[in-house]
Ligand binder design. Structure first.
Ligand SMILES: CC(C)(COP(=O)(O)OP(=O)(O)OC[C@H]1O[C@@H](n2cnc3c(N)ncnc32)[C@H](O)[C@@H]1OP(=O)(O)O)[C@@H](O)C(=O)NCCC(=O)NCCS
Length: 188
C-alpha cells in the first residue's frame, strides 16, 4: 500500500512523469517538455516544503500534491524564470500562461495559495488523494496560510467529485474551469 511522505529531490523526474501521464492535454512531444515546467518545477524547486507525495512499496512516487503558498510570488517567479524556458518550446503555451499570470487574481486576499494534485491511474480511488490533501492542509494551517484554491476543468468528473467530497467550496467558474477553495478559517 502506498504511503504519504514529504517530497525529496530524487522524486523530481517521477513527479514530472506523473504530470504528463495524468494530463488532459494531448501528449505531444512539445507538451511533454513544457508541461512539467509550467506545473511542476516551481513547486519542487522553490516550495518543496509544500509538496507531498504518495510513494509505492519501492518508495517511488506515484502521486503528488503541489502547492504555491503565495500566488503573487508564484507569478513573479513564473514570469521571470520559467516562462522564458516555456517560450523556447511553445509560443502558444507561453502566450496563454503569460495572459493567465498577468490577469488580476480577485481571490488573492482570501485564497493566497493554490494547489495541483495528480495520481497515476493504478493508484487512484484508494483514498490517497484525500490523504495528500490532509497532509497539505495540516502544513498550510501550521504556516498560517488562510486559504487555498484550484482550477478544475468542468469536464473532469473525477476531479469535481473529489473536491466536493473533501470539503472544497465552489467559488465560481472561469473559462472551462470550476474554481474551488478551501478556507482555513483565520480570515472570517
Ligand atoms: C482527482 C484525483 C486526484 C483523486 O484522487 P484519488 O486518490 O483517486 O481520490 P480518493 O480515493 O482520495 O477519493 C475518491 C473520491 O474522488 C472522486 N473520484 C475518484 N475517482 C473517481 C472516478 N473514477 N469517478 C468518479 N469519482 C471519482 C470521488 O468523489 C471519490 O469518492 P467515492 O469513492 O466515495 O465516490 C485522481 O483521480 C487523479 O489524479 N486524477 C487525474 C488527474 C486529475 O484530474 N487531477 C486533478 C486536476 S484539477
Amino acid at each position: 500500500m502506498a504511503k504519504i511522505r514529504q517530497y525529496k529531490v530524487s522524486d523530481k523526474a517521477d513527479l514530472q512523469n506523473i504530470c504528463v501521464e495524468t494530463t488532459l492535454f494531448p501528449k505531444t512531444e512539445k507538451v511533454r517538455r513544457w508541461l512539467p515546467i509550467a506545473f511542476n518545477d516551481y513547486y519542487t524547486e522553490k516550495q518543496s516544503e509544500f509538496v507531498f507525495v504518495c510513494a509505492n512499496e519501492l518508495d517511488k512516487a506515484v502521486g503528488y500534491v503541489l502547492c504555491a503558498p503565495d500566488e503573487k510570488k508564484f507569478r513573479q517567479s513564473m514570469i521571470d524564470e520559467y516562462l522564458p524556458k516555456i517560450r523556447k518550446i511553445s509560443s502558444l503555451a507561453y502566450a496563454l500562461l503569460k495572459r493567465e499570470f498577468s490577469a488580476e487574481d480577485k481571490l488573492y486576499e482570501k485564497y493566497p495559495a493554490h494547489l495541483h494534485i495528480d495520481i497515476l491511474p493504478d493508484y487512484q480511488r484508494m483514498g490517497l488523494g484525500g490523504k495528500l490533501i490532509d497532509a497539505l492542509i495540516e502544513k498550510l494551517k501550521d504556516k498560517k496560510i488562510i486559504g487555498v484554491k484550484l482550477f478544475c476543468s468542468a469536464n473532469n468528473k473525477k476531479g469535481l467529485s473529489f473536491y466536493r467530497k473533501y470539503g472544497f467550496t465552489e467559488l465560481g467558474k472561469q473559462g472551462g474551469s470550476v474554481i474551488f477553495g478551501y478556507n482555513l478559517g483565520e480570515n472570517d
